[in-house]
Design a protein around this ligand. Structure first.
Ligand code: MP5
Length: 277
């Protein structure tokens, strides 16, 4: 009997440029699990490694910039990269290196401006916030929570006026679109409103608020889900809608792992690899 011949598949290929969360709830691990669930083959550029669990971050070791660049070069050299997600970049040097790497990349880039973990630990050097502005010019979409938007632009986006003020600042730095996430905005109703703002229009997404402490990894999951959907060919509003849908599901059945508050659950039930197709 002759051996079975393989049937090669060509899944969309996307990459995350971010940091390892040893606990697996956030960072590179969340990104790759999310991309996999959404039917996208994920590669990675590891910027730093955290010693982290559900209780917090014990240590962070940042790779030398030539090691970051070598990983990126290996990927662009070989793969057809359909989307890039940017997560925790840790230092000003790493941000500058990533901006330089992406200078010739013209596919979609989803930038999650990670600064502080759910646990309260800092994930970006204090003096590196200003360096983000160099990277926004390469972003198809920036996905700040309200606290990050305020730290970067000076505007806490909890009204239509402050949302536009924050978004306009990102546009001035060259971002194409901003997703202002509503999870960190206190409201007295039971919904979360996320606003996708472009210079032309604003699209809002209203979902039920999940009363959970197990939100570790939610921002990473959302931004990599949006990148995965862009890699699959969605337009931006659809990619955001489906990214929110997957993240909402992963938050509503959190993973009770570790002694801390737990994290979003990438193993959430359901078929996610062909949303809307
Ligand atoms: C490596 C890494 N990247 C990102 C986050 C943010 O995730 P969260 O705010 O949900 O803790 C994190 N904790 N660790």
């Amino acid at each position: 009997m002759s051996p079975t011949q393989p049937t090669p598949q060509t899944p969309p290929y996307a990459i995350t440029i971010a940091t390892s969360d040893s606990g697996g709830g956030a960072g590179i691990q969340a990104d790759l699990k999310t991309m996999t669930r959404l039917g996208v083959y994920g590669g990675s550029v590891i910027v730093a490694a955290t010693a982290q669990n559900t209780r917090g971050v014990e240590a962070t070791h940042v790779l030398p910039t030539d090691a970051i660049r070598a990983q990126f070069d290996a990927l662009v050299d070989d793969f057809d990269i359909a989307a890039v997600k940017l997560g925790m970049l840790a230092t000003a040097e790493a941000i500058e290196t990533v901006a330089d790497c992406l200078a010739d990349y013209d596919g979609p880039v989803v930038l999650d401006p990670v600064m502080v973990a759910t646990s309260g630990d800092r994930l970006l050097d204090e003096d590196a916030v200003d360096d983000y502005t160099d990277l926004f010019a390469q972003a198809t979409l920036v996905t700040p929570n309200a606290d990050e938007a305020e730290a970067i632009t000076g505007h806490f986006p909890d009204t239509e006026e402050t949302q536009h003020a924050a978004a306009d600042q990102f546009f001035e730095w060259g971002a194409d679109a901003v997703l202002l996430k509503g999870g960190h905005v206190d409201t007295d109703d039971s919904t979360v409103v996320d606003a996708l703002v472009t210079p032309e229009e604003t699209t809002t997404y209203v979902n039920s608020r999940i009363d959970s402490a197990a939100t570790h990894g939610s921002g990473c999951t959302l931004s990599s889900a949006i990148a995965a959907r862009l890699a699959r060919g969605d337009d931006l509003p659809d990619a955001v809608e489906r990214g929110i849908e997957f993240t909402h599901a992963a938050l509503s059945e959190p993973a009770d792992v570790g002694e801390g508050a737990g994290s979003v659950n990438h193993l959430v039930g359901g078929e996610w690899s062909n949303m809307g197709e």
